[in-house]
Ligand binder design. Structure first.
Ligand code: FES
Length: 101
């Protein structure tokens, strides 16, 4: 069973923005879009780009390194469906953002 770990607070997140956190030595990107908190791996599966710094368009994020786009709900790359970000279960308790790793 995956353990829920505190990854940040809602106060730190603004709509359409992201957070970059380290949990268990893993880089995690946390996005806040349409009143939903989504956590994904923080490294782009193409070549390790910082996905949390990508441009957001709804639930799509475009990696800043080579411009590939990922659906944040499924993690799947729209440019190459064989690639996907890991997407983690998220729970919000009060102001705490908890991520299952
Ligand atoms: S590292 Fe993200 S598209 Fe290449």
């Amino acid at each position: 069973m995956k353990e829920m770990q505190r990854a940040g607070s809602l106060k730190e997140l603004q709509e359409g923005k992201s957070l970059d956190v380290m949990l268990n030595g893993q880089k995690i990107a946390i996005f806040y879009i349409d009143d939903e908190v989504i956590a994904t791996s923080g490294k782009c599966p193409h070549a390790g780009g910082p996905i949390q710094r990508g441009d957001l368009a709804g639930a799509l994020v475009t990696c800043p390194w080579h411009g590939w786009t990922f659906d944040l709900h499924s993690g799947v790359c729209t440019d190459d469906p064989c690639l996907a970000l890991d997407v983690y279960q998220v729970k919000v308790e009060g102001d705490d953002i908890l991520v299952a790793l």
